[in-house]
Design a protein around this ligand. Structure first.
Ligand code: B12
Ligand code: SF4
Length: 503
């Protein structure tokens, strides 16, 4: 295909279908776990859809994970609609499925242009475009501006080398145009296109017990993070922090509340508390307006102080997620986290004193992990006043500094579809994957098996019965899966070695 000469007819077809592809969310055989996991929409696609719509294109969105759609169902929807363009968001874990979708679309509708973007492209764009001929174009980093420029260039046949942040093949070479086109003034972006989300807000639920009352929506109030923690992939937004103004954030909250009845907001930005001035202004706006919404956010332990926590609580803050990672200072140092266990403990104590829940995000198996660091983590999770704990299995995501340290330039594409934080695809010296798996259960149990945590969740269930219904579905699903396994002669073993079943 000669990319520069190709022209699309703008009068005929300006349809673009955005796809969040399916990925291995839960282990095969554990489909019932879906009832309690986080089912958030792809905010990135909502931003892109809003932007292209402003320029006269006609977007729609397929959320395959939320609606449990298979590759073939997605392909059928696309080929029925016959869009000129398909835009797929790529997390590393979803790359192979995305390639399969693209390949099948191309087989049936070869003229459809397939564009990819997202965190995987921001870190591995060139390799991905070289490897997967099914993808026509990739956009590196923030996608709003480059995507619009790409679509316009494809329509009028202008030079693609003028489109920023673009990666594409031409004459068997991969071309990469300069500059990640970052959005400096976020307020200039249109509001995310929540109106295009099928069955919004009912179908989109965060993890069980992770919000008080739904419906829930997500907002990214800032982009970028100046830190370089070794396990974290910050390649999409880079290290320059940019914020929406507090007034715009408030306007988004009000819009979600008034239009969709949203009662809880999850702020998904990396450093919601980076600017205390802005957070204070937002809290004051919320308090003055009397808008009765709860919200949660993420923060580094070194950004919270008692005064601002008290104000946040008054303004509806329900939960703060802290990347606590481990109970070992030695490991925190190896991670370049620029934090200390003592500081973490102080931040969690202050948060609890302000009446806000703490969600602790932890990681097991980072290089340097050993039985001593594991014991420190167990003791840490037992002594801090945390209310919910997430433990992920260390995964060297492409785009994180540790990926290159561990693999050098040797790209481990065979691991991509396991990169969901639920598989140990790498283990530190002296610890086998089996031992890590055992310790994984033990750390979680050290936290959750305490009577006071059980009592807390009992009270939460009485206060917010919507969670109980999900718990019930999960439990019934578990019992049904166990029974099926026993009847099939698999002695209650749930794990299946076949294709992932999402039933
Ligand atoms: C909220 C969130 C989630 C939510 C919602 C996910 C979703 N589908 O959007 C949930 C909880 C479901 C989730 C799950 C996972 N997440 Co997550 N998540 C995030 C988080 C905190 C914010 C994402 C967000 O909304 N950003 C704001 C929007 C505006 O940005 P965006 O989605 O990146 O989109 C922009 C660009 O990427 C680009 N773009 C995106 N798609 C496309 C498509 C096209 C065609 C184009 C042109 C451009 C483009 O343009 C968009 C607008 O500027 C990020 C961290 C971060 N800072 O981004 C991690 C992050 C994206 N998650 C990550 C991971 C690993 C996961 C999981 C695999 C495992 C896990 N840890 O839970 C799963 C898999 C999810 C999946 N495949 O859908 C990694 C991804 C690393 C990687 N290389 O894959 C990140 C970067 C965290 C990190 N720092 O390591 N996640
Ligand atoms: S873990 Fe948090 S602080 Fe560290 S680089 Fe990632 S987003 Fe920034």
């Amino acid at each position: 295909m000669n990319h520069c000469k190709r022209k699309k007819d703008p009068m005929n077809n300006r349809k673009i279908i955005f796809i969040n592809p399916p990925y291995e969310r839960v282990a095969p055989g554990y489909g019932f776990v879906r009832h309690i996991t986080n089912q958030a929409s792809s905010l990135g696609l909502l931003h892109l859809a809003a932007e292209v719509r402003e320029h006269g294109f006609v977007p729609s969105i397929i959320e395959s994970d939320i609606f449990n759609l298979s590759v073939d169902e997605i392909v059928q929807r696309v080929t029925t609609e016959q869009p000129a363009y398909v835009g797929i968001t790529l997390f590393t874990v979803g790359v192979w499925n995305a390639a399969l979708i693209a390949k099948k679309i191309k087989q049936q509708s070869p003229d459809t242009t397939i564009i990819v973007g997202g965190p995987h492209i921001s870190s591995m764009g060139e390799e991905t475009i070289s490897r997967f001929k099914e993808f026509d174009y990739a956009v590196n980093g923030e996608g709003e501006k480059p995507l619009v420029e790409l679509l316009k260039a494809l329509e009028d046949g202008s030079n693609l080398l003028q489109v920023p942040s673009l990666i594409f093949r031409k004459n068997s070479f991969v071309h990469e145009t300069p500059s990640k086109a970052i959005n400096r003034i976020l307020d200039e972006l249109p509001m995310p296109a929540w109106d295009l989300l099928p069955n919004f807000p009912q179908a989109y639920k965060p993890a069980i017990y992770d919000f008080p009352r739904g419906p829930v929506a997500t907002i990214a109030a800032s982009r970028g993070c100046p830190f370089h923690c070794k396990f974290c992939d910050t390649s999409t937004f880079g290290d320059k922090v940019r914020h929406y103004s507090p007034t715009k954030v408030f306007a988004m909250m009000q819009h979600l509340h008034d239009t969709y009845g949203i009662r809880h907001i999850m702020f998904v930005d990396d450093l919601f508390l980076a600017s205390k001035v802005r957070v204070t202004q937002l809290c004051n706006l919320l308090l003055e307006s009397g808008l009765k919404m709860t919200w949660s956010c993420t923060a580094r332990v070194d950004t919270v102080k008692p005064g601002v926590l008290e104000l946040m609580k008054k303004a509806g803050c329900w939960e703060i997620s802290f990347g606590l990672e481990t109970g070992s200072n030695k490991l925190l140092k190896k991670m370049d986290k620029i934090a200390e266990v003592e500081k973490s403990e102080q931040a969690v104590n202050w948060t609890a004193e302000a009446g806000i829940r703490t969600k602790g995000l932890f990681m097991l198996g980072f290089p340097g992990e050993d039985m001593e660091t594991i014991a420190q983590t167990k003791s840490f999770v037992q002594r801090i006043p945390m209310t919910i704990m997430n433990l992920s299995k260390f995964t060297p995501y492409p785009g994180s500094p540790i990926y290159r340290e561990l693999y050098g330039t040797n790209i481990r594409e065979d691991h991509w579809e396991k990169m969901n934080g639920m598989n140990f695809i790498w283990s530190p010296d002296g610890l086998s994957v089996n031992e890590l798996d055992k310790q994984y259960q033990e750390i979680l149990m050290a936290f959750y098996r305490r009577p006071k945590i059980g009592l807390y969740y009992l009270i939460l269930t009485i206060m917010y019965p919507n969670h109980f219904i999900r718990l019930l579905r999960f439990s019934l699903g578990y019992l049904a899966a166990k029974t099926r396994s026993i009847l099939a002669g698999r002695k209650g073993l749930l794990i299946k070695s076949t294709e992932p079943s999402l039933d």
